[in-house]
Write a protein that binds this ligand. Structure first.
Ligand SMILES: O=c1ccn([C@H]2C[C@H](O)[C@@H](COP(=O)(O)OP(=O)(O)OP(=O)(O)O)O2)c(=O)[nH]1
Length: 154
């Protein structure tokens, strides 16, 4: 079963009323990065290639077609007995852009990232709502203790 937006809002910080949707909570853009160096996914570990921030003009990212790393502004805490999924805001998708995401594990806390695919030039203002996080009930053996635990949380 998926939880309500009001429930999800208890696990997103900071959150405003405008972000709370019936079934989830909208996340906003903090930064957009461009990957400059190759990474590696091996059998013995992984490395993330160098990424550099895309500059803004008047707090707006003007993005030409390509793939970008989008960093969310909110700290997400996935509660025990749940799993998180993230979807693009439909207006982003309707503008020929897509956010690709992975699984948000029970026990994870951090400001996560997504892969933003831009298929037509688009402008994104810093702080704009671009994605929606939903939480579903889930069984799990352990809680998240991976390398991204606590990422970008002061
Ligand atoms: O689109 C997503 C999906 C997940 N996460 C966060 C939450 C998740 O719990 C964490 C780690 O994801 P995953 O377990 O897939 O990472 P990994 O590549 O297996 O690395 P590690 O084993 O170090 O966790 O990243 C994101 O930031 N963005």
């Amino acid at each position: 079963m998926y939880e309500s937006g009001a429930f999800v809002a208890e696990h997103v910080e900071p959150v405003t009323k405008a972000q709370v949707q019936p079934n989830g909570v909208d996340l906003t853009v903090e930064a957009v990065l461009e990957q400059r160096q190759p990474g590696r996914i091996g059998t013995d570990g992984k490395t993330i290639g160098d990424r550099q921030p895309v500059a803004t003009e008047a707090e707006t990212f003007t993005l030409s077609p390509g793939g970008y790393i989008l960093q969310y502004a909110e700290t997400i805490s996935i509660p025990e007995d749940h799993v998180g999924f993230l979807y693009p805001r439909s207006s982003l998708m309707r503008n020929s852009c897509m956010l690709n995401t992975a699984v948000w594990d029970a026990g994870y806390t951090g400001k996560g990232e997504g892969l933003l695919q831009v298929h037509h030039e688009v402008e994104l203002e810093r702080g704009a709502r671009v994605a929606q996080l939903v939480l579903a009930d889930a069984e799990h053996a352990d809680t998240y203790e991976g390398s991204y635990q606590g990422e970008r949380v002061e």
